[in-house]
Design a binder for this molecule. Structure first.
Ligand code: ATP
Ligand code: MG
Length: 210
């Protein structure tokens, strides 16, 4: 059983995209459920677009009563992925970080986003006595290899207070198409294969730690 919280302090970094695609990748190996802990409910909406017959992990909306929802689902699923609101101080994020074994923090290639992770590291340190098992990993998100900023990211990331995943997620149009189509890159065939490979690398990296 593992609880993976996808968290962050900025909007639009790719938390929901990562949560759903990660769950879809994990579901090829084990039973997975996504808990949408964000009052915006984007993960839940995305799942609704997919419809009943879609080959997607279940998404349960639980912006309130998150602790009880996790307790109920952890009995029946190998992995619970929690998609959190864009604030590290939101009550849902705090609950998720108290329960999780793994926190994933997608960060876009911008100096401001990198600086903001220092604040996240401090909050995680404060929560450590309540949840000493928690591992946190920054995931570089929406990387554009041709830009100078993206090229400088590995160097800048090395200076951060939190470990950075070796697997990085490139900015790929297929991610946006998949939302429109109510699926993940794992259901997008050849068009999604490069993006799916990135998610799979991240999964291997996370599971290797277990
Ligand atoms: N790797 C990627 N490549 C291209 N587009 C992406 C990628 N990741 C996310 N996006 C797009 O960026 C936008 C924001 O992504 P997403 O909703 O996953 O972020 P979020 O962190 O969950 O946002 P919020 O903080 O509002 O919950 C969406 O339009 C999504 O399709
Ligand atoms: Mg989101």
């Amino acid at each position: 059983m593992s609880i993976i919280a996808v968290v962050g302090n900025k909007g639009g970094t790719g938390k929901t995209t990562l949560a759903l695609n990660l769950a879809a990748g994990l579901s090829r190996r084990d039973s997975v459920v996504v808990i949408d802990a964000d009052p915006q409910q984007s993960a839940y909406q995305w799942r609704l677009v997919g419809g009943d017959g879609a080959d997607l992990p279940a998404v349960v909306a639980a912006a309130h009563g998150l602790e009880q929802t996790v307790a109920a689902l952890r009995e029946t699923h190998r992995h619970v992925v929690i998609d959190c609101p864009p604030s590290i101080k939101a009550p849902q994020t705090e609950v998720a970080l108290r329960l999780a074994e793994q926190a994933l923090i997608p960060v876009q290639p911008s100096p401001m986003d990198l600086w903001a992770t220092t604040h996240i590291a401090r909050i995680l340190e404060r929560l450590r006595p309540d949840n000493p098992r928690l591992r946190a990993l920054i995931v570089m998100s929406q990387i554009e290899p041709r830009t100078t900023l993206s090229r400088l990211m590995p160097e800048a990331a090395a200076e951060l207070d939190l470990p950075v995943a070796t697997a990085a997620l490139r900015r790929r149009a297929i991610h946006r198409h998949c939302v429109l189509e109510g699926r993940t890159v794992f259901q997008a065939g050849r068009r999604g294969s490069a993006a799916a490979a990135e998610i799979d690398s991240l999964i291997t990296e996370i599971l290797d730690h277990d």
